[in-house]
Design a protein around this ligand. Structure first.
Ligand SMILES: CC(C)(COP(=O)(O)OP(=O)(O)OC[C@H]1O[C@@H](n2cnc3c(N)ncnc32)[C@H](O)[C@@H]1OP(=O)(O)O)[C@@H](O)C(=O)NCCC(=O)NCCS
Length: 472
């Protein structure tokens, strides 16, 4: 990650100011819009208008989050996401989503400690290193890693009398030792909390109310480590252990790049994780809930969320945005590029949303953060200027008429690029954050579980007569 003089002169307060300004602008521009949907509990069954792809269908009640599509506001457990970005952290936001209230200081510090311990992924994960992770699609690798985590958690991958010494010896065979170690601390990743010394051996249990919550903590920390590990494997580098004085956001950057992030980089990463943590009944959340509703376990449910997130119409859109901006090339070419895209009836990546018919609040924060981070690097400055020019074209053509505005993916790629995250990992970063929302919603749904089972309208034929294959 390059050091940039501009970034160094920017403080935490500047980031907070950007977020507060974004909130004020959002409330000024759309505060007058009517409330779009029901926000009260209902008596089931209910009547609602449903479109293809379940558009408009209400499948359950939730207290976790609310996407106000006409105003362009986003709420987690009653708190505006702008306020959480300005004042909270990803750990605190994850606690809020999972437990339903903001933690007291001691609860937060215990929660942080638990997550830090679980950044040290368990021994089954060592297998990940001997698989061809570096040639797998990153999202497939992440799903694979999540499955391996499940095996450890449910003890299905080993006998009761596990012998750590044997396990480590086997591990040395499976790690590609000829790879030059790139970690700053030690050449072999040990997969247990050696950094924490004696304290690491004590598993804090105060917050572990249930097996499900324990699994959620494993997943929130583990997906982070696995995602960073995949990034390193793709660069033919060995994983490195997390640092105990960094949070999840800072540790993700550290475990990926091998370089301690600046306070500003860690803060911006933290804001990105908060912004992506939950978003209503989107496709990946729904996929995770559908799998969980069969009483399959939460690791497989989160694996389903990861699978759904990987598509270009969902979590993969930010990668497409960066490719599109590089295809456009420069701000001066945005207008002509947009005209031909319109002629070809192409969807512009990073614009439009099924729910938001206003400027996406996450893009309101990520746009200025992308601008802030891009300063001082001519390539990224050009990418950002191209994005702004394209935004101008799209808004003046489709904004008012079709309510098409930038969505979360439009600027997130530029932010990730500036943080030193390779393009092919952007969707995995989305998963590092969304795992909190997936877990919270799955746990909430399971409290009153009913297996998901919508119907399809059969429009095929009837009364066909079976013809033997030799006569067809
Ligand atoms: C997200 C998305 C799938 C939502 O699709 P949707 O709910 O079907 O969109 P809408 O029904 O609101 O679209 C309304 C109109 O705006 C147009 N529109 C929507 N998104 C558009 C885009 N990105 N570029 C150009 N036109 C777009 C639609 O074609 C439609 O036009 P029509 O009325 O002439 O048919 C769609 O906007 C899209 O494909 N965006 C690009 C991919 C992306 O950025 N995904 C990340 C989402 S967070």
């Amino acid at each position: 990650m390059e050091e940039r003089s501009q970034s160094q002169s920017v403080s935490d307060d500047d980031v907070t100011r950007i977020i507060i300004d974004a909130k004020e602008q959002a409330y000024r521009e759309t505060g007058h819009e009517p409330e779009p949907e029901l926000t009260k509990a209902v008596d089931w069954p209910i009547t609602c208008t449903v479109g293809p792809g379940l558009e408009g269908a209400i499948a359950c009640e939730t207290k976790i989050g609310y996407v106000n599509g006409s105003k362009g506001w986003l709420i987690y457990r009653g708190y505006d996401v702008f306020d959480l970005c300005a004042h909270s952290s990803f750990e605190e936001t994850s606690y809020l989503l999972l437990h339903g209230h903001l933690p007291a200081a001691d609860e937060l510090s215990r929660f942080r400690r638990i997550l830090l311990h679980r950044l040290f992924i368990p021994e089954a994960q060592r297998l990940l290193l001997s698989f061809p992770v570096e040639t797998l699609n990153p999202m497939s690798a992440l799903r694979l890693g999540t499955n391996l985590m499940r095996q450890k958690q449910t003890y299905r991958d080993r006998d009761e009398d596990d012998d750590r010494a044997d396990a480590l010896a086997t591990d040395e065979d499976s790690i590609a030792m000829e790879t030059p170690p790139a970690g700053t601390r030690r050449p072999v990743y040990e997969f247990f909390a050696s950094l924490f010394g004696k304290a690491a051996a004590e598993t804090p249990t105060e917050l572990l109310h249930s097996d499900e919550l324990e699994s959620c903590y494993n997943l929130i920390a583990g997906v982070n480590t696995i995602a960073a590990t995949i990034g390193r494997a793709r660069q033919r580098r060995l994983p490195i252990e997390p640092l105990d004085d960094l949070g999840l956001a800072g540790n993700y950057l550290y475990m990926l790049t091998g370089k301690r992030p600046t306070a500003l980089e860690a803060r911006i990463m933290d804001v990105c994780l908060i912004l992506h943590a939950d978003h209503g009944m989107n496709a990946s959340t729904f996929a995770a809930m559908v799998v969980a509703s069969t009483l399959s376990d939460i690791y497989l449910a989160i694996g389903a969320g990861i699978s759904a997130l990987s598509g270009p119409l969902h979590g993969g859109a930010n990668v497409e945005v960066v490719k599109m901006l590089s295809e456009i090339g420069s701000p001066g070419k945005a207008a002509s590029w947009f005209k031909s895209a319109q002629k070809e009836k192409r969807k512009i990546m990073g614009f439009g949303h099924r729910v938001y018919k206003a400027y996406d609040p996450r893009a309101r924060v990520l746009g200025p953060l992308a601008e802030l981070l891009s300063k001082g690097d001519p390539d990224t400055e050009n990418t950002f200027a191209t994005a702004r020019a394209l935004e101008h074209e799209v808004l003046s053509t489709l904004g008012e008429e079709k309510k098409v505005f930038p969505n979360v993916d439009f600027y997130s790629g530029i932010v990730y690029q500036s943080l030193g995250i390779p393009k092919d990992l952007y969707t995995t970063v989305f998963a590092v954050s969304r795992v909190s929302g997936w877990c919270a919603r799955v746990i909430e749904y399971l409290e009153n579980n009913r297996i998901f089972r919508p119907r399809a309208l059969y429009t095929g034929t009837f009364d066909e007569q079976y013809v033997p294959i030799s006569e067809r």
